[in-house]
Design a protein around this ligand. Sequence first.
Ligand code: 6GU
Length: 250
Amino acid sequence: MRLDVVTIFPEYLDPLNVSLVGKARHRGQLAVHVHDLREWTYDRHNTVDDTPYGGGPGMVMKTEPWGDALDTVLADGYESGAHAPALIVPTPSGRPFTQELAVELSERPWLIFTPARYEGIDRRVFDEYATRMPVYEVSIGDYVLAGGEAAVLVVTEAVARLLPGVLGNAESHRDDSFAPGAMANLLEGPVYTKPPAWRGRDIPDVLLSGHHGRIARWRRDEALRRTTRNRPDLIEHCDPKAFDKKDREM
Ligand code: 6GU
């Protein structure tokens, strides 16, 4: 997969050199190209924003730097053999970024991110590129960030860990909170490792029982408990039929 990010704060994307995403790049599973939007400004002050038509507070990012930047990024990418780009536009007005959308994006070969500062980017930029490629406007939650760069880090990490071979153990997706299956829409419960006793606190006995059925049922119950407490809105979406089947297997 190829990722391009166009931003006025390239250093904000430095974490993409670290940890899982950094390793995936190192192994050649992911190519990341970060571009400074101001390379496509031609005035003395490297202007990227201007006052909004119709009035109102704040500033709007201008069409020309974004258009020239995206044209260059697209030409370079195609030249290097990339294909089927999609534009990912981080914005608090976007559709919610979910695990389902992360899976969809992880199946695309080329993502181009346009994190904005100020009040956002002149709409015509997206209308223009939407004629050539899918445009996903995504929000990472119901709060307002000062810019989209942190959202790029969030989306990239969620997508990169789904790429083939990036996570050491492919099984580790299976029990993810929000993964499909019997535990769909349940949050993951607590986890434990050695030592079995710490500061007078023992791990739950069932985890030492060696009884896979009982362990699975305990995990399911803990997941239900945690979901009820932290995300009651998710409970109505879980599938009781899937649980009944699991219970019969025990
Ligand atoms: Cl993607 N961008 C900004 N600026 N704020 C947000 C967001 C994105 N998602 C939630 N809040």
